[in-house]
Design a protein around this ligand. Structure first.
Ligand code: ADP
Length: 289
């Protein structure tokens, strides 16, 4: 590898400890954090087409943003850049008007709770999974599980927060379903109490009833936080204030569901392609979406 290539490679893959800024993010009780993508482009090393191309977008604080688009359109890359797993090749991501690279990395990351689709629960006690730590506030963990809809299960004659998940290490560990795992993940988000929540839609693993329940819960717990969904099914983002439609690494449309469904464009064609699913979704109890 040429030296320049090696440096580029390192910058991409080990960037964040070396690119640490020194600014601390303000602790704002009003949660008035504004994030803006300004003409952001990014290409994975060794690929010829940009995964993101000139993406510009502002998030409404306290709003719900859905990121939709076909596979490979750039949704995950967008989130990875937002969470500083990579830095843009061009353009800037700003937090309250300042390039996010200027903030301390740990400080910046603490603003986000992220549930990736392939999130992992550990073969550890339930409470430790919620807090992502061995030492934690037990009362708070129990409250978060309750809010996330796991309360009934917690009341079963198990060991409460000390119940071990899975049977890998403990014979009396409990196996949990995909829907229950999602509730634990939501409880973790609640426990972190960060101003931004990012949810990579988990629907593939859930049956429609469990999915509807997770959405209802998620919608409840978001409260005044800013929520960003990566959504594979358009029906699940109808309640979002803002929808960004990705196509080929670009944001090709932005607006609410009611606006976008009337415009001729990608959203409408994705919607029509998934229409069969929505007919089924109509059977989901009222108030869920
Ligand atoms: P989505 O989340 O919408 O499915 P991604 O952001 O994962 O899309 O992918 C955008 C583009 O970047 C795709 O063309 C994909 O093949 C490419 N890509 C994603 N991850 C990598 C990677 N680690 N290395 C190289 N190319 C990647």
């Amino acid at each position: 590898m040429e030296q320049k290539e090696a440096i580029d490679f390192l910058r991409r893959y080990v960037p964040n400890s070396t690119y640490q800024g020194s600014l601390t993010t303000e602790k704002r009780s009003d949660r008035k954090y504004e994030i803006e993508f300004k003409a952001v482009s990014f290409r994975y090393p060794g690929t010829s087409t940009g995964a993101l191309r000139h993406v510009s977008m502002k998030f409404d604080v306290g709003g719900r943003l859905a990121v939709v688009g076909e596979n490979g359109s750039g949704k995950t890359t967008f989130i990875k850049l937002l969470c500083r797993l990579y830095d843009p090749d061009e353009g800037e991501i700003r937090l309250n008007g300042i390039d996010i690279r200027k903030y301390r990395y740990d400080n910046y990351l603490a603003l986000f709770s992220v549930v990736f689709q392939d999130f992992q629960l550990l073969a550890q006690p339930l409470g430790a999974n919620v807090a992502a730590a061995e030492d934690y506030d037990r009362e708070r963990a129990a409250r978060c599980l309750e809010k996330a809809g796991f309360g009934a299960r917690l009341a079963e004659p198990l060991n409460g927060l000390d119940t071990c998940l899975y049977r890998d290490f403990e014979e009396d560990g409990v196996e949990i379903s995909g829907g229950e795992a999602q509730k634990i993940a939501l409880a973790r988000v609640l426990y972190q109490d960060a101003p931004f929540i990012v949810l990579d839609e988990p629907t593939a693993a859930l049956d429609p009833e469990a999915e509807a329940e997770v959405y209802t819960k998620f919608n409840d717990i978001v409260e005044d936080k800013t929520a960003i969904y990566i959504s594979h099914r358009l029906s699940s983002c109808r309640f979002c204030d803002q929808i960004a439609v990705f196509d080929g690494g670009q944001v090709v449309q932005q607006g609410s569901h009611d606006q976008l469904i009337r415009e001729e464009g990608k959203y409408q064609s994705l919607w029509n392609a998934q229409a069969q699913y929505y007919q089924k979704a109509e059977e989901v109890p009222e108030g869920v979406f």
